[in-house]
Write a protein that binds this ligand. Structure first.
Ligand code: ATP
Length: 248
């Protein structure tokens, strides 16, 4: 597996229509390996940042109005999702969207679309890796995805993204709405994915989980980076403890 390069977002401005300035000069760097997290409360701009990177902003009627996005030195600003996938960047959408009427196996197969290798040895390898990472999916390959529990659907959504063999995985609130035990299992899987060499950009409202996983953290606040630093250091600051970790 070829390692990816760094993702560099510099001075990014994104708007939805004329009135909503969702990002106002955001700069973040994701190194070729490891986990970086972006924290922030509702509406801070976390999903918007991921959409801009993954080339899906236009689906939400948003547009980049300033700044640069490069991966491995290659420009991604203004490129579409297919270009991002070709560069090695794949996003797991918020809300664990799976194809409810398709089987687990078909959902995984769908992750190969756009990669150009649906039947290759690489695709087979990717599938084996996913089923190893999520044994529960192997047990349910023929079942409709809509019948899986919320946590299992989240695993399937992550597994589908991994089928494309990403060098950088973008995760949008994977713990949202899951039972605490399932949150722990998803966290473990994210750690394993990173250990296997895939860089992870993790967007979370659950700061406790995210700061425990990531090496580096950014705190977004109404479209701007308010704090950044090593995750362990940020977790000790009064501001993060009070606003994001629920300490009083
Ligand atoms: P959440 O956790 O609620 O998803 P977030 O940090 O991901 O929050 P975004 O979803 O990126 O925040 O939203 C940032 C801002 O952009 C908010 O003010 C939001 O209302 C606005 N916004 C997001 N999507 C759209 C859209 N499709 N059209 C108009 N405004 C939008």
């Amino acid at each position: 597996r070829q390692a990816g390069g760094a993702l560099v977002v510099d001075g990014l401005h994104v708007a939805y229509g004329r009135s909503v300035q969702a990002l106002r000069g955001v700069s973040i760097t994701v190194p070729p390996s490891g986990i970086v997290t972006v924290l922030g409360s509702n509406g801070a701009g976390k999903s918007t940042l991921l959409r801009a990177i993954s080339g899906t902003l236009f689906l939400h009627h948003g547009a980049v109005e300033g700044g640069t996005i490069t991966y491995n030195g290659q420009n991604l600003r203004g490129r579409d999702a297919a270009a991002a996938v070709r560069a090695g960047i794949v996003q797991v959408p918020e809300g664990r969207r799976v194809f409810a009427g398709l089987s687990v196996a078909e959902n995984l197969q769908a992750g190969l679309l756009g990669t150009g290798d649906r039947r290759s040895a690489r695709a087979k390898q990717a599938r084996e890796r996913v089923l190893e990472l999520f044994p529960v999916l192997a047990e349910r390959e023929t079942q409709h995805a809509g019948l899986l529990s919320g946590g299992e659907q989240q695993m399937l959504a992550i597994g589908r993204a991994l089928m494309a063999g990403p060098k950088l995985l973008l995760l949008d609130e994977p713990s949202l709405g899951l039972a605490p035990m399932m949150v722990g299992r998803i966290a473990q899987v994210i750690r394993e994915i990173a250990e296997q060499g895939t860089a992870v950009l993790l967007v979370e409202q659950n700061a406790a989980v995210a700061l425990g996983l990531a090496e580096t953290a950014y705190v977004l606040d109404v479209g701007e980076v308010r704090l950044t630093g090593p995750a362990a250091e940020l977790a000790r600051t009064d501001e993060v403890r009070r606003l994001y970790l629920g300490d009083h």
